[in-house]
Design a protein around this ligand. Structure first.
Ligand SMILES: [Zn+2]
Length: 178
């Protein structure tokens, strides 16, 4: 048996096992089985969080705040929550002033897994923003040597042209960059 035929035989063996697992059917050895990977289109709604993703396309960072006077949370949540995680009341939208934002912590991706949509190295950052009680997870799209570092001042940039309406429409750059 040639190497090529052995290879075909081996592939058929794997596919037969796969078909048995999926359909409970044995496939006769002489049958050629091909696998054709397919993709699907996944549609889902952002529901009550739609304003947040729409805001990114307009260079506005929206958070939510609980206005229930009996609730202990008065700070802004980012990413926003539709309902207060503490008292479950509907929250109110507030635009966030990201001046003074800084890197709270960071980790750089050098070897991405399948499906990673950004270029590498990619510094992932948690951003600390005044008045916001959560740390916002994002990435630094422009950086120099030894950046990012904890406490580094950053500012947001928005992908207004061709927005994807995903979290990738916002990234951060050093505060003093153009
Ligand atoms: Zn609340």
């Amino acid at each position: 048996m040639t190497n090529q035929r052995q290879e075909v035989k081996m592939l058929q063996g794997l596919e037969t096992i796969l078909l048995k697992e999926n359909f409970g059917e044995a496939i006769p050895e002489e049958y050629i089985v091909r696998e054709n990977p397919r993709t699907i289109v996944h549609r889902h709604t952002y529901g009550g969080l739609s304003r947040f993703f729409g805001g990114l396309a307009e260079s506005v960072l929206w958070g939510t705040v609980c206005l229930n006077q009996n609730c202990k949370w008065s700070d802004i949540w980012l990413p926003p929550r539709v309902h207060c995680p503490d008292c479950w009341e509907a929250m109110e939208w507030v635009p966030i002033d990201a001046r003074g934002a800084k890197v709270y912590t960071h980790s750089t991706i050098n070897l991405p897994g399948a499906g990673f949509m950004l270029t590498t190295p990619c510094p992932l950052i948690s951003v600390e923003i005044r008045g916001v009680c959560t740390k916002f997870m994002s990435y630094l799209s422009k950086f120099g040597e030894n950046e990012p570092y904890i406490g580094m001042p950053v500012k947001p940039v928005f992908q207004k042209d061709n927005p994807t309406y995903t979290i990738l429409d916002i990234s951060w750059v050093p505060k003093n960059s153009d």
